[in-house]
Design a protein around this ligand. Structure first.
Ligand SMILES: [Zn+2]
Length: 411
């Protein structure tokens, strides 16, 4: 099949229209799952899906989907999509671009009166950001059957997810969604500075990074901040401060293969005139390399012990919680690279340092991701920006990759 032409104006118009649902005064978007803006977004995207010839439904987790029939009814589906929710005051492109892009593939095929051999499954996941229930990728976890029971999850107001799901009615028919998939493709903004700084318009994602988090609690002795001489203090924050510096050095020494963050540090009793008696830090490590992640965990533990010992502190180290890196499918990645090559655009490979629905879908289907540049590497912010030509290029590569997978997998 010859390459289908996408409609750049339609992509721009639709992204703008979708960004109005949950628009904030700062120019960002707040579209939290299962709220009115989410329902309105589902109605809008469902209309676009229907116009592109898809049969639409809403699954038990509030994931919107559309199925465009293929010419060979017996074949499994090729899926494409992303998430419809945003963080509070997030950007216009995060999630939305992957959905508008997937719908555009169907619309462009429809315009060209072309039919794929495989059914095309369009996916608009709920609750990827984990904003409302503290579980990232909740919608896609539900789709693959790995989500926690909805009765066990509550939003910040205390309302159980099960109740919210029952009450959520955007006016799209409820239907179960379980289709065997040939592949899942997700177009997304990079959300980091790599592509923009390299001046490359596209990336095929190799893997989604693993994440390890653990709390380290330094315990010293709270005492008078004036009368306690410096050399007899057991200041818990001294240990924590050294650990923060050590995590920075360790991550920098990997030469870009890992990042490390201490994003939380709670000091007790937290008074200006009291030597800190207790400092609780949470260390987060990320890397696409599972072995490196393990090595760094061991180094952080050793360093935390040394930091505590230096100041006569005791240390309580909590167990690590680790999500291992998820490699994306090599054959799908090769099709994405070949699609960009056919279109004459440079493309690099890189890991994703953020989590995505593709990480979850990778457990049930060969999954691939296409990244386009984020201006200044900014995301989860009203300042999130991607050049229109880059966004459109990403959609065109998505479209070509879908066509290539349709040809390659039909036999
Ligand atoms: Zn996203």
């Amino acid at each position: 099949m010859a390459s289908i032409r996408i409609n750049a104006d339609r992509i721009q118009t639709r992204l703008a229209e979708l960004s109005q649902l949950g628009r904030t005064p700062e120019g960002g978007v707040t579209r939290l799952s299962y709220r009115a803006e989410h329902a309105a977004a589902i109605r809008l995207v469902a209309r676009w899906m229907r116009e592109a010839g898809a049969d639409v439904g809403l699954d038990a987790w509030g994931n919107l989907f559309g199925v465009v029939p293929g010419s060979l009814a017996s074949l499994p589906s090729i899926a494409a999509g992303s998430h419809l929710d945003t963080v509070p005051n997030g950007g216009v492109f995060d999630g939305a671009l992957g959905i508008v892009g997937a719908v555009e593939v169907a619309a462009a095929l429809h315009d060209a009166r072309a039919t794929l051999r495989h059914p095309l499954l369009l996916l608009a996941f709920a609750e990827e950001e984990g904003t409302s229930f503290g579980v990232g990728c909740l919608g896609s976890l539900g789709f693959v059957g790995r989500a926690p029971a909805p009765e066990t999850l509550r939003d910040p107001d205390g309302t159980p997810l099960s109740e919210q799901l029952r009450a959520f009615d955007p006016g799209v028919p409820r239907r179960p969604l379980s289709a065997p998939l040939v592949a899942y493709l997700e177009l997304h903004i990079e959300q980091g500075p790599t592509l923009a700084s390299q001046g490359v318009p596209l990336a095929a994602v190799e893997a989604i990074v693993g994440i390890s988090r653990a709390a380290f609690v330094f315990v010293g002795e709270a005492n008078h901040a004036g009368t306690t001489p410096m050399d007899v203090r057991r200041d818990a924050l001294w240990g924590a401060a050294d650990l923060v510096a050590a995590v920075r050095t360790m991550a920098r020494d990997t030469g870009g293969q890992a990042v490390g963050t201490v994003g939380r540090c709670t000091v007790s009793p937290g008074a200006t005139n009291v030597v800190p008696g207790r400092a609780e830090t949470v260390v987060e490590l990320r890397s696409p390399d599972g072995h490196l992640l393990e090595t760094l965990r061991e180094r952080v533990e050793a360093s935390a012990r040394a930091c505590a010992g230096r100041y006569g502190l005791s240390l309580e180290a909590r167990p690590w919680r680790t999500e291992p890196p998820v490699p994306l499918n090599r054959a799908v990645r090769d099709e994405i690279i070949a699609a960009a090559g056919e279109l004459g655009w440079p493309i690099v490979t890189m890991p994703s340092w953020a989590g995505h629905d593709a990480k979850i879908l990778a457990s049930v289907a060969p999954a691939g991701m296409i990244f386009v540049p984020s201006h200044g590497g900014v995301s989860h912010s009203p300042r999130e920006q991607t050049a229109w030509e880059d966004a459109v290029r990403g959609v065109q590569v998505l479209c070509r990759a879908v066509e290539r997978l349709d040809d390659a997998s039909a036999g």
